[in-house]
Write a protein that binds this ligand. Structure first.
Ligand code: FES
Ligand code: FES
Length: 170
């Protein structure tokens, strides 16, 4: 067993883990962060995407020990931004543009969107599609997801203009 200390969604957790434990399993089974899901066994689907020190990673392809000393943000840690609180702009945009799909692909899509918007606050459609290409939905189109990211980007830019926090916690 290896001792690790990881801050997840703003809370620091000290645990002993098997060196082979995947981060996604640590999040779900030890810390109860079941909003992060496993959608494949090939590291292809992106359902397990979280932010690790602010950068999107597929948590099924990261060992828990690699997160030692780092900060993880899961879909459960998306914080409200701006004056009004409530949903995070990405959550709000997914809701309002009907981009919320099944429980498997949606958490990863939202976290990939956060990663993209942290890197590029004003992406065009091609950049959004490229930014989300590691996240798969097997059953529907991606059009509303692209619209959601465009809407979230505009919302975050507006909040930034108002001097508010624009990134998810990391
Ligand atoms: S569960 Fe991680 S990429 Fe599919
Ligand atoms: S995989 Fe989630 S709606 Fe298609």
């Amino acid at each position: 067993m290896t001792a690790i200390s990881v801050t997840v969604d703003g809370v620091k957790y000290d645990d002993d883990v098997e060196p082979r434990t995947l981060l996604v399993h640590h999040l779900r089974e030890r810390l109860g962060k079941v909003g992060t899901v496993v959608g494949c066994d090939t590291s292809n689907c992106g359902a397990c995407t979280v932010l690790l020190d602010g950068h999107g990673v597929k948590s099924c392809s990261v060992l828990a020990v690699q997160a030692d000393g780092k900060v993880v943000t899961t879909v459960e840690g998306l914080l409200p931004t701006g004056e009004n609180g409530g949903l995070h702009p990405v959550q709000k945009a997914f809701h309002e543009t009907h981009a919320l799909q099944c429980g498997f692909c949606t958490p990863g899509m939202m976290m990939a969107a956060c990663d993209l918007l942290n890197e590029n606050p004003d992406p065009d459609e091609r950049e959004i599609r490229e930014g989300l290409e590691g996240n798969l939905c097997r059953c529907t189109g991606y059009q509303n997801i692209v619209r959601a990211v465009e809407a979230a980007a505009a919302d975050l830019r507006e909040q930034r203009g108002a001097g508010s926090k624009t990134e998810v916690s990391s």
